[in-house]
Design a protein around this ligand. Structure first.
Ligand SMILES: [Zn+2]
Length: 121
């Protein structure tokens, strides 16, 4: 098995790609993570979804121990910052989606560690 430490789930947004790499380097994950990018990161995760399938593949193929969920502010998949009445509401929305994703991931892979981060511009 080709082992790697983590799977990172991020949004496709081009404005955050270097921040995603910075995050991974900061966690000591250089060349040691699988990467799945989907618009809105975990926004569309549910049982038997594309994202859960990717997690399953990463888990079985590379024996990951961690999943890092990287959301970001002003996410177009949520209508951008302007669709929220406040920064707090915006961040709470991302945090809730991350929380639900974490629950779903842990229900299937209780041994994984899940980390959640909201990247800022
Ligand atoms: Zn986004």
């Amino acid at each position: 098995m080709h082992k790697c430490k983590a799977l990172i789930i991020s949004c496709i947004d081009f404005r955050f790609q270097s921040k995603i790499i910075e995050y991974a380097m900061g966690k000591g994950l250089e060349d040691n993570y699988d990467l799945v990018t989907v618009a809105g990161a975990v926004k569309s995760i549910e049982e038997d979804s594309f994202l859960m399938e990717q997690i399953d593949i990463s888990y079985k193929l590379h024996g990951i121990e961690e999943v890092h969920i990287l959301s970001h502010e002003d996410c177009g998949a949520y209508g951008g910052s302007q669709s929220f009445s406040s920064k707090e509401e915006e961040y709470n929305t991302y945090a809730l989606a991350q929380e639900q994703a974490e629950q779903l991931i842990l229900s299937k892979y209780p041994e994984l560690k899940v980390f959640k981060e909201i990247l800022r511009k």
